[in-house]
Design a protein around this ligand. Structure first.
Ligand SMILES: Nc1ncnc2c1ncn2[C@@H]1O[C@H](COP(=O)(O)OP(=O)(O)OP(=O)(O)O)[C@@H](O)[C@H]1O
Ligand SMILES: [Mg+2]
Length: 467
């Protein structure tokens, strides 16, 4: 706003000055100066004013840009000196250069790398941020407009605020296998290992960013683990997870009947994997390696609007639907309790975390908690053991992360639009998992192996198929 104000003031001064001067010095040599240049092109005084307005706006913008570049370049230089970040040189006695800023805009500046790597600068991000008084949240090799890496240049992304209020998932670094990035905070990206995360719960007011967070985690789960099976429980007519249908190994469950079948299959998979863990004498399934180093892939169960799953359904519904709901709840709570070491991860979102919206047994196993803004103090205390979720700023995608190993941090979720999902998942091969193909086969055949003919739950077996 201040910038716009100065531009307008500058524009006004510059545009009225020539008119005033022309009036005062009408018969002097000034008239020749003003009119000599301008009149051949613009005869009317109004056009003169317009011309000067444009020139002055241009000059103002140019000056502001130049000043901001100078400020950034100076801050960076100070930070490099303080942190002793110099361009490496073979000659020990040669004066050590500072990687220079060659370009800057409002959220990024570009430096000449000269032998320094983006990964090295990234590893010193916290130190550099402190030294230059800017929050450096990412350092990456510079790219051309068509996405090619520009050797010798590094882009440094910064903000003057503590935490960014919008970060796109497509522009962030891909996590390693077995990890998911939950968001970005004051210390940079917050990435969690699946072995530490186990199950995650997401709570927050309408419009706070729960579905976007789920979307972001699903895209990551599919890009980082292309063979992982991802199950989406979305009983709001499947509108949120529909974009993932037919991509990778994503299975959409939009009613109790198909959710019961799918979760029952996963429950059987749990027994198979538990046996594998026992036989290999390891602590969890991720420590197992196949003959060619293959790993056991995670299974993710994502659920949006979980109240739709846990609220008692109307007695007018068919007996099959009522039994299917019972089975869904039973399988979810069993998987939440038992499946922690076999690579099955629940990531469930709800507007309110109370007992009606989410089964207390399932809730107690969601050890990683995300709280977007909440309005009820009791909800925040129930979810985080403190009322902090009420004081979060009104920024969509801003949340508190609390884990059972003591993390408590404010983060901004990584934004991904529905349009970007398609583009980001274009390289993920559909149907690459054997488990996915088996479940899809059953779903398509319309078999309801989850419920036996009398509507009772079938008991899980131990099918011999290897993972
Ligand atoms: N991480 C984010 N960064 C920037 N904007 C976001 C982010 N997350 C959400 N938003 C904005 O907030 C809007 C609402 O988000 P979202 O649909 O995820 O809310 P919700 O919590 O699922 O709401 P509801 O409970 O009504 O389904 C999004 O359309 C988007 O514009
Ligand atoms: Mg939503």
């Amino acid at each position: 706003m201040t910038t716009v104000f100065w531009i307008m003031l500058g524009g006004l001064l510059f545009s009225y000055a020539p008119v005033l001067l022309t009036f005062i010095f009408e018969k002097s040599q000034w008239t020749i100066w003003w009119y000599g240049i301008l009149l051949p092109v613009f005869e009317h005084w109004l056009l003169n004013i317009l011309l000067f307005m444009f020139v002055s706006i241009f000059l103002n913008v140019f000056t502001i840009q130049a000043l901001s570049f100078k400020r950034i370049a100076e801050r960076w230089k100070t930070a490099c000196i303080r942190c002793n970040l110099r361009v490496p040189s073979l000659d020990e006695n040669a004066p050590k250069e500072i990687p220079q800023v060659i370009y800057s805009d409002k959220d990024r500046f570009r430096i000449i790398a000269k032998g320094l790597t983006a990964a090295y600068i990234d590893s010193r991000r916290a130190e550099l941020s402190n030294a230059c008084g800017l929050f450096i949240w990412s350092v990456r090799p510079a790219k051309t407009d068509n996405g090619q890496v520009r050797p010798g240049y590094i882009d440094v992304f910064y903000t003057k605020e503590d935490i960014l209020s919008s970060v796109q998932l497509s522009k962030t670094r891909k996590p390693n296998w077995g990890e998911l990035t939950f968001g970005i905070g004051i210390k940079g990206y917050h990435t969690i290992k699946l072995t530490d995360m186990i199950h995650t719960g997401i709570a927050g007011l309408p419009g706070s960013g729960k579905s976007v967070q789920l979307r972001s985690l699903i895209v990551q789960a599919m890009c980082v683990h292309p063979k992982a099976v991802c199950i989406g429980l979305d009983f709001k007519s499947g509108s949120e997870f529909h974009i993932f249908k037919g991509r990778g190994n994503f299975i959409l469950c939009d009613n109790f009947e198909n959710a019961a079948l799918v979760l029952n299959e996963i429950y059987q998979e749990y027994f198979r994997r538990a046996e594998l863990v026992k036989r290999n004498e390891v602590e969890n399934v991720y420590q197992i390696r196949g003959p060619n180093g293959e790993r056991v892939n995670p299974i993710f169960i994502f659920g949006d609007e979980m109240a739709e799953v846990f609220y008692p359904i109307s007695k007018l519904e068919s007996k099959e639907t009522i039994d299917a709901q019972k089975l869904v709840i039973d399988r979810l709570s069993k998987l939440a309790r038992l499946a922690r070491f076999v690579g099955v991860h629940l990531i469930l979102a709800t507007q309110r975390p109370d007992a009606k919206a989410i089964d207390p047994q399932v809730r107690s196993m969601l050890k990683t908690r995300i709280a977007f803004k909440l309005s009820q103090k009791e909800d925040s205390i129930l979810w985080l053991n403190r009322a902090a979720a009420l004081e979060l700023p009104d920024i969509p995608g801003r949340f508190l992360l609390a884990t059972d190993n003591g993390v408590f941090e404010q983060l901004q979720g990584l934004f991904v639009s529905k349009q970007e999902v398609k583009q980001m998942l274009q390289h993920v091969i559909p149907g690459s998992s054997q488990l996915y193909r088996r479940i899809m086969g059953q779903l398509q055949a319309g078999e309801n192996s989850a419920l036996s003919a009398d509507g009772k739950m079938s008991e899980p077996g131990l099918p011999g198929e290897r993972i």
